[in-house]
Design a protein around this ligand. Structure first.
Ligand SMILES: NC(=O)c1ccc[n+]([C@@H]2O[C@H](COP(=O)([O-])OP(=O)(O)OC[C@H]3O[C@@H](n4cnc5c(N)ncnc54)[C@H](O)[C@@H]3O)[C@@H](O)[C@H]2O)c1
Length: 357
């Protein structure tokens, strides 16, 4: 650490590294110290473009660099655990991209390594940082919607052949860990459970790859039973052309909140036991940095706000020795649910979700 600034090292200089680079540059208590990529040309260019920081081809070397206090994991999803475990074993804090990893066992090993090393791991789910998601969650916690009856997440996206061809790991079970749910839908799935303030207990699902020549699903529907008794639906696809903004629809016997990307499009409640819920006059506006169309048909259409919020939070979690805003255990839940959805779709059975905690 130099002059109270935590040094960040990034593993993986691809699409999402730009959000990490932006968030680090935005945080007064952080600075970029190193980058690493097995693609030497890409990694060296990233290092040169960002203050001529040190370039590493091997992350096992980068995690030993004394200038690196926090390691950002921006590698393909099925490699996250390797980077996290190496960083934790070297005594470094971690900032890990979604999904945490793609198997329950790997996620448990990374959480264990972080616990054992007594370092911090902040996880990325930008949706949880948006003002309107926080408002919706609080309204549900406060009982404004009454007894929760339905929680739905619709993630109807479009991804072209060119997208899947843009990196060899995309659309593979081994490294993407799944398709429309594990890669794109995981954001909305995490957000649905977080805003509902309840995990999903049981699922029944169907999935297929209908239009893309990929191993994993491009279309999936799942019927949900939440722990709080509510029912719900997840629809996740990358096969809808041109794609729709993500929608979360949350209903209770006294109210409804609908969120389209980062904007609340309906908030209606009543305090009367048998009254009809009335719309609030002023609906929220989208966060200035969140893009309303989101990633519906453009994977690079993410704002910097979420990453900046989470980097800033992690820096403070390290300095104040507290838990980060999104812990490994809470980030693991969305992946556990997706794994249960896959199991149900393969077996044709109703499946109980196995969480690690
Ligand atoms: N939070 C978000 O909104 C968001 C958006 C996009 C991607 N992601 C996540 O970020 C991760 C990366 O996705 P991407 O789209 O940037 O992928 P990408 O293919 O564009 O970049 C991955 C990079 O990692 C490098 N790499 C692979 N193995 C490596 C290794 N062993 N050591 C060092 N570098 C290695 C590759 O050469 C590549 O440059 C994925 O887990 C993805 O789910 C998150």
């Amino acid at each position: 650490m130099k002059q109270d600034k935590l040094g960040f090292g990034i593993i993986g200089c691809g699409v999402i590294s730009t959000a990490h680079l932006g968030a680090i540059a935005n945080c007064p208590e952080a600075e970029l110290a190193a980058v690493c990529d097995i693609d030497e040309e890409k990694g060296r260019k990233c290092a040169a473009d960002h203050g001529n920081v040190t370039f590493y081809k091997n992350y096992l070397e980068m995690v030993k660099d004394p200038a690196v206090d926090v390691v950002c994991i921006c590698t393909p999803s099925g490699l996250h655990a390797d980077g996290v475990i190496a960083a934790a074993q070297a005594g470094k804090n971690v900032f890990c991209e979604k999904p945490l990893d793609i198997s329950h066992e790997r996620m448990c090993r990374m959480i264990e390594a972080v616990d054992k090393a007594k370092v911090k791991m902040g996880c990325v789910f930008q949706g949880r940082t948006e003002k309107n998601s926080i408002t919706a969650r609080q309204a549900i916690i406060d009982g404004q919607l009454g007894k929760m009856t339905l929680g739905d997440a619709f993630m109807k996206y479009y991804r072209s052949r060119a997208y899947y061809a843009s990196a060899g790991w995309r659309g593979t079970w081994a490294l993407d860990g799944g398709g429309a749910l594990m890669n794109q839908g995981v954001h909305g799935i995490d957000l649905l459970m977080w805003v509902m303030n309840s995990p999903v207990e049981r699922v029944f699902a169907r999935m297929d790859h209908l239009v893309r020549d990929i191993e994993v699903e491009d279309t999936c529907t799942a019927s949900l039973l939440f722990k709080n008794g509510a029912l719900g639906t997840i629809i996740g696809t990358t096969s809808c052309n041109p794609g729709e903004p993500r929608r979360l629809e949350l209903h209770g016997d006294r109210g409804t909140i609908c969120i389209s990307e980062s904007k609340i499009t309906r908030q209606a409640t009543t305090t009367e036991p048998d009254g009809l819920a009335k719309d609030l006059e002023e609906k929220s506006t989208p966060d200035s940095s969140a893009k309303q169309e989101g990633i519906s048909n453009n994977p690079a259409n993410f704002g910097l706000y979420g990453h900046a919020f989470l980097v800033d939070d992690l820096v403070h979690a390290i300095k104040e020795n507290r838990e980060p805003y999104i812990t490994g255990r809470s980030a693991r839940r969305a992946v556990d649910l997706i794994l249960a959805i896959y199991e149900s779709a393969r077996s044709g059975k109703d499946v109980q979700v196995k969480y690690g905690d």
